[in-house]
Design a protein around this ligand. Structure first.
Ligand code: ANZ
Length: 806
């Protein structure tokens, strides 16, 4: 009879549920292992075959670690706030909450059908008020520490996206929203900001503490964009009360400055522009406001700009430098002002050529006839810097600036504070009240969660005001003295709930704290985190920021949340393209579970290739995986689904080598998450096992334990043939015998007083002492040596043992 995947998988899933098999609890006698998946957004489409890839990888780790004696925390939950549910609700008139809850039920059901060993008692849902109470609470702590603040700022306004919303810098690419590709414009709006910039240095430095892919670390470093340089103050002629601060990475070039450029949108521009230049400046400002930062910084773009009529004074030589505005200087970087050095910077060079501004050589021998020179060399025309190279000159200039109070060392970052408000319905309400008297206060902690009010009208206003603003009886508040105020109507971005969820899993039902110190101390940090690399700078940076803040508050025990990160590759369509509805190449995991079973899908996805690589879906490979599931079953089970007779306690040692090799390789490969090569080795073992007559129980049990992490249902069913009514989950992981791994055995002849008395199969190149001992211990040899005086033993490696007795 064939293996009935459907009955057997259901049977074991029920068993695990009923026995709470994967329930995790603090146990100080055991070492903990916390293995985490990036929790899914429960979309209306349901699970994608990409989800089970990462989930199977972590499940293999969780299951192996349990068998190795670790106390494993392996949770799952749902990141359920966000735009898609809202978009769907807007389109269909449904409520995003009921829609989301329906999706979560569907997701949970699908995930359970794949047999992952999650502790479902710890499930979290970011849209549950019991959960977001603590998201709001963390926001309040940030606010109290001055790390959450309101500011009129230039935001990324996407008027066509979802009826109009603000999106974070991280959500914009090439002037468009990453999701949907809608145009993004810069517009000033009052926003809640989180001061992630206060953590810029630590977010870079602490990357050294964690075992993450180098490319992700590099993306974070670049995103934070730490740049070491100097600030230099320029006085403005005829404006004694004003000064310009520039940021430069080349303080050494100050003698070569020939003009100063301000970003067109700086307030200062309007204050210093001379009357005759006003009209030209105003026209240019309008023109520049329509261009994205990306267009503006394009190096090949023709340089444009306008003279303000004002002059800056170069602090090092009191030279008068004309002040221009140009869009190649961004308001959002540094101070929005640069000292232009055409000899050293190509943008300045192009600009100077176009507007006929001086190009002053500052490095000896630099050819400036066609372009700027950024290489090193001796400084010239540079006063006290003459003769020095760039590094020396930078240091000397920074000393000079510091001494003369016109500047000094400065580190600049590309990272901006995190714009934290969204003009949306489906998010955590920001727990703030704006009182009529102009003050602002937090919703008192004992009133949290501040629940999202129910409404049928979640339509955005289009003006940038949140739909919550329309719910008058929610918005209007009075304190006990009758003072009137308005609730903040913006909600948090989707990233909020995922910025701390791994902490909640350690103590998910706690209603006094986001998690107890006891639970956090025991389970922190996450040992292994697996998910897609698309989260390199969004979720993974925000999560580290919140975690560090909580660490500073003494609320979590480690400075970093995720010790090891692994990015799974993407599963592509069979045509090598990204799976998508529109391309019609989406594979639904439910169909595969029905047709072949969860174990086949798990095996297939772990066998497709290295976890980190993107590989196309391949129906043939899936068939192959399914065939192997049946091959394993038939190895051990006869036609009547009874354990085969040849599985017994008898061991003829024919499988010694391959079994021990398999235990070693599979253990190492799982540990390194090289699942495909581990599976290859398991296949080799099965092939060898089919060739022999006797299948020792010990090896068969070990084999079943090794397949359990990948194919848990099959393994449980086989295990139950060996040991009735017991789960394999906590069985000890198999060990191997080093001495049996050797490539080849050799025949060693044992002579006693010149006569051959035995032929031994011994491991090649075995240790001399071991060979001697085994020779002497052999029963045939014993007949001739017992009771006698062993005078001499000569071992010729791999050949002969000569024993001389008297
Ligand atoms: C003078 C200079 C001379 C510069 C030279 C470079 C070469 P990173 O490395 O990206 O930090 N800069 C400063 N603020 C700017 C802004 N808001 N928009 C556009 N450019 C800006 O680059 C720092 C350099 O970029 C600064 O150093 C400044 O030009 C320019 F031979 O100052 B430099």
């Amino acid at each position: 009879m064939a293996y009935d995947h459907s009955a057997i998988e259901k049977k074991w899933q029920r068993y695990w549920d009923q026995h709470d098999t994967f329930h995790a609890e603090i146990n100080r006698d055991k070492k903990k292992y916390y293995v985490l998946d990036m929790f899914p957004y429960p979309s209306g489409q349901g699970l994608h075959v990409g989800h089970p890839e990462g989930y199977t990888a972590t499940d293999v780790m969780a299951r192996m670690k349990r068998m190795q004696g670790f106390n494993v925390l392996h949770p799952m939950g749902f990141d359920a706030f966000g735009l898609p549910a809202e978009q769907y609700a807007l389109k269909t008139g449904h409520n995003p909450k009921s829609f989301t809850n329906k999706n979560i039920d569907h997701f949970r059901h699908q995930i359970k059908s794949l047999g992952f060993s999650y502790d479902w008692d710890r499930e979290v849902n970011t849209t549950d008020p019991k959960y977001y109470k603590w998201t709001q609470w963390i926001f309040e702590q940030l606010y109290k520490k001055g790390l959450a603040y309101e500011k009129e700022t230039m935001v990324n306004w996407a008027p066509d996206f979802m009826g109009g919303t603000v999106v974070a810098n991280e959500e914009v690419e090439d002037g468009k929203t990453k999701r949907g590709g809608y145009p993004v414009y810069r517009k000033p709006m009052k926003q809640w900001m989180l001061k992630i910039t206060a953590y810029a240095d630590r977010l870079i430095d602490d990357l050294d503490l964690i075992d993450w892919p180098e490319n992700i670390k590099e993306m974070q470093r670049n995103w934070i964009g730490r740049s070491e340089g100097a600030k230099i103050y320029f006085k403005i002629a005829d404006h004694d009360d004003q000064k310009i601060e520039v940021f430069t990475t080349r303080a050494d070039t100050l003698f070569g400055a020939s003009y100063v450029v301000l970003a067109p949108e700086l307030d200062l521009v309007n204050e210093i522009t001379t009357p005759d230049q006003k009209a030209a400046v105003k026209a240019y400002q309008e023109e520049a406001s329509r261009r994205s930062d990306l267009e503006r910084t394009d190096l090949n773009k023709d340089k444009t700009g306008v003279f303000t009529g004002a002059y800056a004074i170069n602090p090092v030589n009191n030279e008068k430098l004309p002040i221009w505005i140009s869009d190649y200087v961004l308001a959002s970087y540094g101070t929005g002002a640069v000292m232009a050095v055409p000899a050293g910077d190509q943008r300045d060079y192009d600009f100077a050529k176009k507007f006929d501004l001086p190009i002053k050589p500052i490095i000896e021998g630099a050819d400036l006839s066609k372009e700027a020179f950024s290489g090193d060399g001796k400084h010239v025309n540079s006063g006290f810097l003459d003769g020095l190279n760039i590094e020396q000159a930078k240091a000397k200039m920074i000393d000079w600036l510091t001494e003369h109070h016109c500047g000094g060392k400065k580190v600049n970052y590309r990272l901006r504070d995190w714009i934290f408000s969204r003009q949306r319905y489906w998010g955590e309400p920001i727990p703030v009240i704006h009182w009529d008297d102009g003050t602002t206060s937090l919703v008192p902690e004992d009133e949290l969660p501040l629940k999202l009010p129910n409404t049928d009208n979640i339509e955005p206003s289009g003006t940038g005001e949140s739909p919550l603003a329309k719910i008058k009886d929610w918005v209007n508040v009075y304190d006990k003295n009758g003072r009137h105020g308005l609730r903040e109507t913006n909600t948090m971005p989707q990233w909020a709930g995922s910025s701390w969820y791994w902490l909640r899993y350690t103590d998910p039902h706690n209603d006094k704290e986001f998690a107890s110190k006891r639970a956090l101390d025991y389970w922190s940090p996450v040992d292994l985190y697996v998910g897609g690399s698309e989260h390199a700078v969004l979720h993974l940076l925000y999560a580290r920021f919140w975690h560090k803040f909580l660490y500073d508050e003494g609320l979590v025990p480690t400075p970093e949340p995720f010790m090891k990160l692994v990015n799974q590759g993407m599963i592509l369509g069979s045509n090598h393209e990204k799976m998508s509805k529109s391309k019609g190449n989406v594979v639904n995991p439910d169909d595969i579970v029905n047709q072949y079973g969860a174990d086949t899908l798990r095996l297939y996805e772990m066998f497709m290739g290295p976890l980190e690589e993107s590989v196309p879906w391949d129906e043939k490979g899936l068939h192959g995986a399914n065939k192997w599931v049946h091959r394993v079953w038939r190895l051990l089970m006869d036609e009547n689904n009874h354990l085969r007779d040849r599985v017994s306690n008898f061991n003829d040692h024919k499988l010694d080598k391959v079994y021990n090799q398999t235990v070693k390789k599979v253990t190492d490969d799982y540990e390194r998450m090289h699942f495909n090569t581990a599976i290859s080795q398991l296949m080799v073992f099965v092939n060898e096992a089919y060739k022999v007559d006797d299948l020792p129980v010990e090896y068969m049990e070990g084999f079943v334990k090794m397949i359990a992490p990948i194919m848990p249902h099959l393994a449980e069913e086989l295990w139950s043939q060996f040991h009735e009514s017991d789960t394999i989950t906590y069985q000890p992981w198999p060990t191997y015998d080093e001495s049996k791994l050797v490539e080849k055995n050799v025949e060693v002849i044992v002579q006693v007083n010149g006569k051959v008395r035995a032929k031994l199969q011994l491991p090649k190149d075995a240790d001399k002492d071991a060979v001697e001992k085994q020779a002497l211990a052999d029963e045939h040899v014993q007949k001739f040596v017992a009771g006698k005086d062993v005078k001499k033993v000569i071992v010729i490696p791999n050949k002969i043992v000569n024993i001389v007795v008297k």
